[in-house]
Design a binder for this molecule. Structure first.
Ligand code: NAD
Length: 304
């Protein structure tokens, strides 16, 4: 099976450098027409430059591919609307949205200003929501869409000094879960990519010998599968150094307390049972969770 993107149109945000550039080059190499979105910001989100996006467009065109640049700030609805309008007038459709643009403003929570917290949430969470929201009606109308949201180990597992970034990246899971459900009937599939790569974002944080194994190109094959015709949906794919793995959320079987036992002391006494991994389950909706609790409670009371 060869994965191709002929006749597909993709928007890749933050594609002027790092992971976004590698994803855009990978898509273009396999036939996609690609919008290279990039504000041209520094790692902390300051500044702007048009040359970042244009240089990747030039690279794709030099290799015989099709690309256009757009410098919208992903968190600016007007700029994003303009990007969507230009994409549609140029190529008539939008099949793939890779939400990848991102910034860092690391500080311990006690030293972090709310402005730094908000800006990181704005770029990662609101930026992904803004771009996806603008493309959503187009994908619904087409009956086809592939969306990737970029998370991070920081969001899934935590990283000291990144409360803003970790919160924004964990939100990708929540957005994916709901968009997966709402997009299914229109053949829109939504996944999360959690990369770890050698880019300007990590060059000062990870030792040089590890960075050598972690080129962005070692992640892009996973991204290309997640936006392909036969993509899965609602998968959180970890990727780095050519390693690919799935992150899942499980809920323990749990216990049911009732009557005189419904006390914090019993929660403490039974905490090992509550948190036991035996018979843990992957739930597929919030409603499943409510159903499980209500049916366990009914059973404990002999009602079912
Ligand atoms: P990078 O800094 O090399 O690239 C990010 C790009 O996003 C830059 O070109 C920047 O100009 C652009 N950008 C920033 N703010 C923007 C905005 N508001 N609108 C449009 N473009 C904007 O970073 P990277 O390492 O390639 O990271 C790409 C994505 O992967 C980010 O979402 C990042 O959080 C995520 N990520 C990276 C790593 C890693 O190890 N590098 C790990 C986990 C997650």
């Amino acid at each position: 099976m060869t994965i191709r993107f002929d006749n597909r149109v993709a928007i890749v945000t933050g594609a002027g450098t790092g992971l976004g550039r590698a994803h855009a080059l990978g898509l273009a190499e396999r036939g996609a027409r690609v919008v290279i979105n990039d504000l041209g910001a520094a790692t902390d989100g300051s500044g702007a430059s048009e040359s970042a996006a244009q240089s990747v467009v030039d690279e794709i065109r030099a290799a015989g591919g099709q690309a256009m640049a757009h410098g919208a700030d992903v968190s600016d609805p007007d700029g994003v609307a303009d990007m969507v309008t230009q994409t549609l007038s140029q190529w008539g459709r939008i099949d793939i949205v890779v939400n990848n643009a991102g910034i860092l403003r690391d500080k311990t929570f006690s030293n972090m200003t709310l402005d730094d917290f908000r800006r990181v949430v704005d770029v990662h969470l609101m930026g992904s929501a803004t771009v996806t929201h603008a493309c959503w009606p187009v994908m619904r109308e087409q009956g086809y869409g592939r969306v990737v949201l970029t998370s991070s180990g920081s969001g899934l597992y935590g990283n000291f000094g990144q409360s803003n970034y970790g919160a924004a990246k964990a939100a990708m899971m929540g957005l994916m879960n709901v968009l997966h459900m709402e997009g299914a009937r229109d053949n829109i599939r939504v996944n999360v990519l959690a990369p770890t790569a050698a880019t300007r974002m990590t060059e000062a944080l990870i030792p040089a010998d590890a960075l050598e194994l972690m080129a962005p190109e070692t992640i892009t094959p996973g991204l290309l599968y997640l936006v392909s015709e036969d993509a899965p949906s609602r998968v959180m794919l970890g990727a780095g150094a050519g390693c690919f793995a799935q992150t899942r959320v499980y809920e323990s079987q749990g216990i049911t307390l009732q009557g005189d036992d419904l006390t914090p002391e019993q929660v403490a006494a039974r905490f090992a049972d509550i948190t036991s991994a035996e018979d843990q389950q992957e739930l597929t909706s919030a409603f499943d969770q409510t159903k499980k609790y209500v049916s366990n409670a009914a059973m404990a009371r002999g009602l079912s």
